[in-house]
Design a protein around this ligand. Sequence first.
Ligand SMILES: Nc1ncnc2c1ncn2[C@@H]1O[C@H](COP(=O)(O)OP(=O)(O)OP(=O)(O)O)[C@@H](O)[C@H]1O
Length: 604
Amino acid sequence: MVVPVDRAAPPTSTSAADGADAAGPRTRAARGGLLNYLRAQRYRLAAGMALGLLGSVLALAQPLAAKLVIDRLSAEEPILTAVTVLSLLVLGGALTSGLGHFVLQAAAENAVWTERRRLISRLLRLRVSVVEETGPGDLIARVTTDTTLLRQTAHQAVASCVTGALSIVATLVLMSTLDPLLLAATVAVAGVAAAGSAVAAPRIGKATLEVHTALGGIGAGLERALGAFRTVKAAVAEHREAERLQESADHARRMGLKAAGWEATSATASAVVVQIAFLVVLGIGGARVASGALPVSALVAFLLYVFALGPRVAQLAEGVNQVQIAAAAVTRIEQVRTLETERTRALVPAHGSPAVGSPPIPGVEFRSVTFSYGQDQPGVLHDVSLRLPGSSGLTAVVGPSGAGKSTLFCLLEGFHDPDSGDILVDGTDIRALSLSDLRGTIGYVEQDSAALHGTVRENLTLGRHDATAGQIAEALSLARLETVVARLPHGVDTRVGHRGAHLSGGERQRLAIARALLRQPRILLLDEATSHLDGVNEAQLNATLRDIAQRTTVIAIAHRLSTVRTAQRIIVMDSGRVVGTGTHGSLLRTCPLYQDLSGGGAFA
Ligand SMILES: Nc1ncnc2c1ncn2[C@@H]1O[C@H](COP(=O)(O)OP(=O)(O)OP(=O)(O)O)[C@@H](O)[C@H]1O
């Protein structure tokens, strides 16, 4: 399921009747966000707009130069100078407008570049639970599609609004010098266009936001289907998945058509208004010329201004529409800012932590830890206390499915915070450590750990970019992977496919173990890390892990009796509680659940 990022105010379906709501606080906030987004590029934007305005001024002077040419022709005077001025105005206007356009594009490109970098870095700092709940596909769409929309619209929106409005004012001023009566008639007609635009603009913004919310849904749906591609195919569920996605595509289309409809209405209204203004001016102006109140050249110049006004009115209307579209993109981008990121610093001072006071012991300790995955979720760990000394052999954690074993590791990694209780690593409360320091001491091999798209080497050095060839070879050897890699066509530089699809399940597990070992962690967490291995490889790897456990805290969640029975220490968990601790032999005598697990065939 794709959870909308903005859960406080999820986008809802729209209707023409509720379009006016779009101008509410949310849109106003988005417009504020749009201005913030553009603020860093204000100098480039100002330069681009100044050039655009200069281009408009030069274009506006053209009818006056045309009037001069006509007046000179009527008076049978030489027209060379007037024609030269007119030509220079045409050329200069085109060049400055073109340059202004480029500078605005550059401003937009820079603004979106900064925004994308910021978003990328924020997304990778999000809390694990947030990404798991939101769905990566929708988040990806915000960095790609929404920033592209912003790039395409923002600069144009601001430039069109500012240059459109200023050139309309300048045109009206110039018109007023020719004939105030004709100007009054033109302004009255133009007022109708402004009213039409005010009705259309918020509806365009709302429909655009819906389009992009639907596109985000498509991204999330595709990520879901392609991320489990084999499962989808094996279940013959391509059609169902496609239908789910097509529903989002249908919604995007409906909303896109709605936005296009309002845009077309707004543009058509502007064009019709200009035509009407032209006819009104022609009628009134013609009468005034006939009565001798207005020279013909002034009427021609005025009509040229009416024509010049048309594109400027259209530019302003387009600018207002683009502001709505850009604001929709900003809304979706801004929602990412509301998502919770991981802490970057320690939560408590090293000496202020409630857990400090006891002598530091190497290893891991849980003190009365209670945890649930959310306020409305059932408790997963209940008052769990454990002490796992380091360098004293392997610790195995066993228990039925759902007992909370993997959750212990998630808390140790700092993916989630306990509701109460303390977790200590080498005697230090983990809240007194930054997450990068905490995770720097831990090697974590997830259950079903996936390989990343890329080469074997890239996978191995994910957390250890400076690893030497010797260290890589050693990690491969410890993980019993060297012969596998030797057989690959390009050795460690062989690509492993999406999520390591070119490797077997056991090879992927060994790759994950080698990656963890390469970092030489103080603590090694293995979540059913050898479950896919054959007996021979597993026995060899277990021997290696037992050896590593003499100098490192190794905690393994295991379902295999072969792993469990040789562990120095076994923790038995049931329904979020520790129900037994000891060795295989002692637990067989004292722990009924362990007896069941080992006797009932729960251990493979
Ligand atoms: N991200 C999550 N959000 C909500 N509940 C979760 C989440 N992860 C796990 N749970 C729930 O927490 C409980 C403990 O899960 P956990 O993965 O820790 O069990 P486990 O003992 O490792 O099980 P298994 O042996 O099947 O891997 C389960 O009931 C599970 O449904």
